[in-house]
Design a protein around this ligand. Sequence first.
Ligand SMILES: [Fe+2]
Length: 196
Amino acid sequence: MTYEIKPLPCNPCAIAGLSEKIIVSHYENNYSGAVKRLNAIEDQLALMDWSAASVFAINGLKREQMLAMNSMLLHEAFFDSLGASQADFDLAAQINKDFGCQDTWAAQFAAMGKALGGGSGWVLLAWSPRDGKLVNTWAADHTGNLAGATPLLALDMYEHSYHMDFGAKAGAYVDAYMNNLNLATASAKLTHAKGA
Ligand SMILES: [Fe+2]
């Protein structure tokens, strides 16, 4: 199948503290690039002779497929996360149950992002159906995610997310991101995940 590039879900001119230029660059280069790379990998996989292929060819392509597929999905979750809005009753109650209060959750989430500054990776607020709880998860690359969990919010800590606006000040980028949380979309994702 061919993976489609989804439209940008947020208004890049309306994200306080993040420039239109960096959001559009991120969308056009990094997100769109991941989808195009995934499609090229899928083409290669379709041509592979699985009975004759070397283990390093299989390992290499399947690894790259995983990286590109999760890069696509996590970038979609990242852009969904932008656009300041309020949590609905259920998300607010779930955050209170699992973290004590929204400020405590936000402090933990932001601290995890700042801890990745200078490196790269992702911080996610994820719904884990195994235990029926929210978890802030850490990843050093696109593949490190909690099995079975649904990302509700995604913070991209790769340098391309902030360097154009903030230079090396990753913490200032995390603060700007936290001021733009689209908790209404996260609420809808939680409702869907619980229903599923
Ligand atoms: Fe990114």
